[in-house]
Write a protein that binds this ligand. Structure first.
Ligand SMILES: *Cc1c(COP(=O)(O)O)cnc(C)c1O
Length: 371
């Protein structure tokens, strides 16, 4: 269908010449890492862009997740979703915490708030939901449950860069929110991440923890890790930020074009954006139902053969992976909606560099031209 393969995403890179002045500054100052000038500037710029008060940069999103759990001293059991990238559950296990999987709401692919309470035990200390595909979780319901049972809430907001909800940043919800700036995400610093904190005191603890626990030259306050973002990443982030609105705008057009072309295709369902959301159009999932002419995997295979590399985000479920499948909460009957989504989903290519002809070709292929 296309001369060149079309991948699910293509990292966004700014024009190279725009990055040179940043590099020259790093070479001149020889400040490479450890809270350098670009690091400080990017923290401030991101707070302003995202509409949050405090944020701590990280080398990647996974270290940020692991550190977020350390920050709030989470232990015992944590309620989370099986329908995510493995790092969500792995971050719990790295903290010696037992993940307890709860099913998703098929309308949003996020944790089903109606099913959370039944999974709470005396060992439960927190909820780790994911704003899957950048769609907001049921944040009010989750907050209410957390307050009732005295639980912390840490959002894996790796998909939710720049998402607005009811007039403010979605990242303001929960005790902490964790972002990823990995190459495949809406905003990237090659690798990178951040923890959004509610107050300066919490950010202070996060800053200690990401720097081995150092409070000053001779004082180590905690068994911290090395999670620091370096100056190269921070400089790139500053430059990327200048382009991100344009990039999200193009994603929005692509989303609309796919929707237009696919909304009436028999056997294909789409997720709809919830009221009150300003989206970032990070992903475009389609769900291949039983009344589509082929199975999901057949369609996936045919697309691949035609040079269109969709991805089955998220298949397999985290709870089906060898290190999790023995958990009682990983049982099949507990996760019916998650399993159905995992068996039906294909995420279509969406990234700023995708052309209209490519979008139309992908949509036409799915609409039946391949049969
Ligand atoms: C990308 C991602 C992560 C991990 O982020 P990295 O920056 O790649 O470490 C965690 N959770 C989810 C849901 C992700 O999509």
């Amino acid at each position: 269908m296309s001369d060149k393969p079309i991948y699910v995403t293509e990292p966004y890179l700014p024009p190279l010449e725009e990055f040179i002045p940043y590099l020259e500054q790093i070479w001149e100052s020889k400040r490479l890492t450890n809270n350098g000038p670009f690091h400080k500037q990017l923290e401030d710029a991101l707070c302003e862009y995202l509409g949050v008060e405090h944020l701590a940069l990280f080398a990647n999103g996974t270290i940020a997740l692991v550190t977020a759990l350390q920050t709030l001293r989470i232990s015992g059991e944590v309620i989370t979703t099986p329908y995510s990238f493995v790092a969500t559950a792995h971050s719990l296990v790295w903290n010696n915490i037992k993940p307890v999987f709860v099913d998703i709401d098929p309308e949003t692919c996020n944790l089903d708030p109606d099913k959370i309470e039944a999974a709470i035990t005396p060992q439960t200390t927190a909820i780790l939901p994911v704003h899957c595909y950048g769609n907001p979780c049921a944040v009010e319901r989750i907050e209410q449950i957390a307050d009732t049972y005295g639980l912390k809430v840490i959002y894996d907001a790796a998909h939710a860069f720049g998402v607005g909800y009811k007039g403010e940043s979605l990242l303001k919800h929960g005790d902490l929110s964790v972002l990823s700036f990995h190459a495949t995400k809406v905003f990237n610093t090659f690798e990178g991440g951040a923890i959004v904190c509610p107050d300066a005191k919490t950010k202070q603890r996060v800053d200690y923890l990401k720097n081995f626990g150092f409070a000053d030259e001779v004082t180590v306050t905690a068994t911290g890790i090395n999670g620091k973002m370096n100056e190269f990443q921070a400089a790139l982030g500053l430059l990327q930020l200048k382009h991100v609105d344009k990039a999200i705008e193009r994603r929005k057009e692509i989303d609309a074009r796919y929707r237009q072309a696919l909304c009436d295709v028999k056997g294909i369902t789409l997720l709809s954006q919830q009221n009150g959301t300003v989206g970032n159009y990070a992903y475009f999932p389609i769900f291949v139902e039983d009344d589509y002419p082929t199975s999901r995997d057949e369609l996936y295979g045919k697309m691949k053969a035609a040079g269109v590399y969709g991805r089955r985000y998220f298949y397999p479920l985290i709870s089906d992976m060898p290190m999790y499948r023995g958990l009682p909460s990983a049982a099949d009957y507990n996760l019916k909606s998650a399993r159905q989504a995992a068996e039906q989903v294909i995420c279509l290519p969406i990234y700023p560099g995708l052309g209209d002809e490519q979008i139309d070709a992908v949509a036409l292929f799915i609409a039946g031209a391949h049969q």
